[in-house]
Design a protein around this ligand. Structure first.
Ligand code: T5A
Length: 218
């Protein structure tokens, strides 16, 4: 039976530490004997990973870029495939699913960042996502856009691929994303747990563990 309580997401701006904390939480839960599927968006299934490439390498020339609604449609298509192929089957067999980003990112980035009406995004979510599933717990990693972009660019310059389509946006765009995540957290304070991501990795990890202990007693 589908256990939506075990659907956990990580959200926040660029470089806030979502991937780091998602991985640490997955390792901890596995160590306690649970099956955990650690996944991400955009992506997470082979088809959705192909769409991810399309989105994140979109033409950097402003006049050639997808508009906000086209991006939202691509994210929704990727999310549908990810949910059908990975998220739902895992929840159906009782596993924890930890996703590095999910639909809150569409509200923050395509809604607050690019100006797509929130009502349109809600309708798109209801259309694309099987059974309209939503996470039961979302960790919002909060860090200033300046610090987050610095972390992301440091990581990119030392190990990773070129700066992606969103990292290349101006600071004001990332500030609007922060406003968007804040609005989501204020609207759903029980689901969305704010984590101060400016602290060291271990301290943020311990905050997350204490919330998981309280909610799930793993
Ligand atoms: N997007 C996504 C949309 O526009 N709409 C959508 O619907 C969805 C789902 C995805 C992009 O797509 C957009 C949002 C994104 O721009 P991505 O590459 O997956 O692209 O981007 P991010 O999710 O932002 O991933 P990042 O890797 O940039 O950020 P993370 O995961 O938050 O950070 P992380 O853990 O990789 O850490 C970054 C660096 O900081 C260090 C790490 O070691 C690493 O070097 N670090 C810390 N340093 C100091 N203190 C700490 N506490 C630290 N925690 C991590």
């Amino acid at each position: 039976m589908t256990d939506l309580l075990k659907f956990i997401t990580f959200e926040g701006g660029e470089g806030a530490g979502k991937s780091t904390q998602a991985r640490l939480l997955a390792d901890w839960l596995r160590g306690a004997g649970h099956e955990v599927v650690l996944t991400r968006e955009p992506g997470g299934s082979p088809g959705a990973e192909r769409i991810r490439t399309l989105i994140l390498t979109a033409d950097p020339q402003p006049e050639q870029r997808f508009d906000g609604l086209t991006e939202a449609l691509l994210h929704a298509a990727a999310r549908r495939d990810h949910c059908l192929k990975v998220v739902m089957p895992a929840l159906d067999r009782g596993a924890f699913v930890i996703s590095d980003r999910f639909s809150d990112s569409t509200i923050a980035y395509q809604g607050f960042g690019l100006g797509v009406p929130l009502e349109t995004l809600t309708r798109l979510h209801d259309l694309a996502v099987p059974r309209c599933i939503r996470p039961s717990t979302t960790f919002l990693l909060e860090l200033s856009p300046e610090d987050g972009l610095a972390r992301a660019r440091h990581r990119t310059s030392t190990s990773g691929p070129a700066i992606d389509r969103y990292e290349a946006e101006e600071l004001e765009f990332h500030q609007r994303i922060g406003v968007g995540f804040n609005a989501i957290a204020e609207a759903e304070p029980n689901r969305v747990q704010r984590i101060d991501a400016g602290r060291c990795v271990d301290e943020a990890e311990e905050s997350i563990r204490s919330i998981i202990r309280f909610r799930y007693q793993p």
